[in-house]
Design a binder for this molecule. Structure first.
Ligand SMILES: Cc1ncc(COP(=O)(O)O)c(C=O)c1O
Ligand SMILES: N[C@@H](CCOP(=O)(O)O)C(=O)O
Length: 467
């Protein structure tokens, strides 16, 4: 299996190199040169498999034989052995045709664990075989950071630096990043918003001198391995509701567009999905883009679903590449316009293709709170604010006869104040996490300045350069 960059000017690479590179050297994102396809029989054969067994079948084609089946299976088994639900990602029915797919049973209570537990192990496996080390830089609006710090804590071949927006994540999210005792993980509070953090990480990747000097790698969903691992739960959820003999739709709380893009990948692989519904909070750039065809960044507004307070939605570039018939020049032109003016126009043919597969809607703060309240009253289900945005949009867009799976991306206990304000119930943190609220914090505050962040990383990274 080979991978190409959405900007068409980076080397074509295999799975392991793509995973270690993170962002392509031309600033683009890697996608498979061809989509592997599963027949209806192959999808039907997923019925009755455990989550790790299904994960092996779905991810194997992308790995392209670079990791032996035996090693891949044991990496997957170990990864999902950290989850505290026997089904790994269970489905809960919340309405006659509405199901919630709970993705938060991993160590840090967010869907990021599904891919991050796997990524840390598979990266370590490849680095060990190659005798290499990496320095990882990641940006977070709250959940990726905690998941990465947990998954990579103590890793022998990786140092991890996580940039988070100072004062804009929930107290639980912050403490998941700042209370680790491992000396290879570092939290950096940036004076700015998530887009500033993500902009700094991308700028580090585009600074090739720095990138090569420290052996830079990434754990955000710009890394193909993240998307690949997130594709699995679309298969397991749809199959448990009758796929391939019955199709379903998914509503996905969306920020950086990685999670919903994983659903698009599942569809390209042959999974019968009717609609992929993008749900945003007040930072509704994606809903506006689908409505108007114009991708226009605005000031980020802080919300009760802080992990989705995003304007520059990285993985939209992957969709644009696909919808533009893999025309890298067209993608480059759009991304150049985004850089110069903060906006671009989606080419007309691409917009039509996107609208054929996706629908989009937004939930205001009031609507999100009301959905948390109503869902608790009507079905006894306590949703976190991110999940509630998707429940609201799914209900607004519901079509009779359609089965809707709503992705539940975080445990409500990560956002106790917002949930309490909405419905009066304060969700408790699971016992194994209670200690973080009183543990000593360790983090550095830095301005949103590339040079200062790079200098900080160079001073602290143990690792330097791939050997
Ligand atoms: C809890 C939660 N829900 C939804 C999202 C949005 O997912 P994505 O960025 O993949 O669109 C995030 C952040 O990524 C998140 O942390
Ligand atoms: N919401 C995310 C933002 C980063 O997304 P990623 O999926 O690209 O890592 C977060 O919680 O950090």
């Amino acid at each position: 299996m080979q991978f190409v960059s959405t900007r068409g000017e980076a080397p074509v690479l295999g799975f392991s190199d793509v995973m270690l590179q993170g962002l392509a050297r031309d600033g683009g994102l890697y996608v498979p040169a061809e989509w592997p396809r599963f027949s209806p029989e192959e999808i039907r054969a997923l019925r009755g498999l455990s989550y790790p067994e299904a994960a092996f079948v779905v991810m194997r084609p992308f790995v392209g034989g670079e990791i032996s089946d035996e090693d891949l299976k044991s990496i997957i088994d170990e990864s999902y052995g950290t989850f505290r639900h026997t089904a790994t990602c269970p489905l809960v029915q919340t309405g006659p045709a509405e199901f919630v797919l709970e993705l938060f049973h991993g160590p840090t209570l967010a869907f990021k664990d599904v891919a991050m537990q796997f990524l840390a192990r598979v990266m370590d496996h490849v680095l060990e075989k190659r005798g290499e080390r990496v320095t990882i830089a990641g940006a977070t609006s709250g959940d990726t950071g905690g998941a990465a710090i947990e998954a990579f804590a103590g890793a022998k071949r990786a140092d991890v630096f996580i940039l988070f927006p100072h004062g804009r994540v929930s107290p639980v999210q912050q403490r998941q990043m700042t209370t680790s005792k491992a000396d290879n993980v570092h939290a950096i509070a940036i004076e700015g918003n998530f887009d500033d953090c993500q902009g700094l990480v991308k700028a580090m990747f585009n600074d090739h001198g720095f990138r090569d000097r420290i052996g830079l790698s990434g754990v955000n969903s710009i890394n193909w391995a993240r998307i690949m691992a997130q594709t699995v739960y679309y298969f397991t959820a749809a199959v448990s509701l009758g796929a391939p003999d019955r199709s379903v739709s998914f509503a996905v709380p969306t920020g950086n567009f990685g999670d919903i893009f994983a659903g698009y990948v599942a569809k390209r692989m042959g999974l019968p999905i009717d609609r992929l519904i993008i749900a945003t909070n007040s930072n509704d750039i994606l809903a506006r883009t689908l409505a108007t065809g114009s991708y226009e960044t605005r000031e980020v507004v802080p919300t009760m679903s802080p992990s989705m307070d995003i304007q520059v939605s990285s993985n939209f570039e992957r969709l644009l590449f696909e919808a533009a018939g893999r025309d890298a020049a067209e993608v480059r032109a759009c991304m150049e316009s985004l850089k110069q003016s903060g906006s671009f126009t989606v080419p007309a043919a691409a917009l039509e293709r996107i609208r054929a597969e996706f629908d989009a809607g937004r939930a205001s703060e009031e609507e999100t709170a009301q959905t948390i309240r109503e869902t608790l009253e009507n079905s006894g289900y306590l949703a976190d604010p991110h999940t509630a945005t998707a429940l609201k949009v799914a209900r607004e867009k519901a079509i009779p006869g359609e089965t809707m799976i709503v992705l539940s991306t975080a445990h409500p206990a990560k956002f106790p104040q917002a949930v309490k304000d909405a419905c009066g119930v304060t969700p408790a943190l699971p016992v194994w996490l209670e200690g973080i609220m009183s543990a000593q914090e360790r983090f550095t505050v830095l301005p949103s300045d590339l040079k200062m962040v790079e200098d900080h990383i160079i001073r602290r990274a143990r690792a330097v350069s791939r050997e």
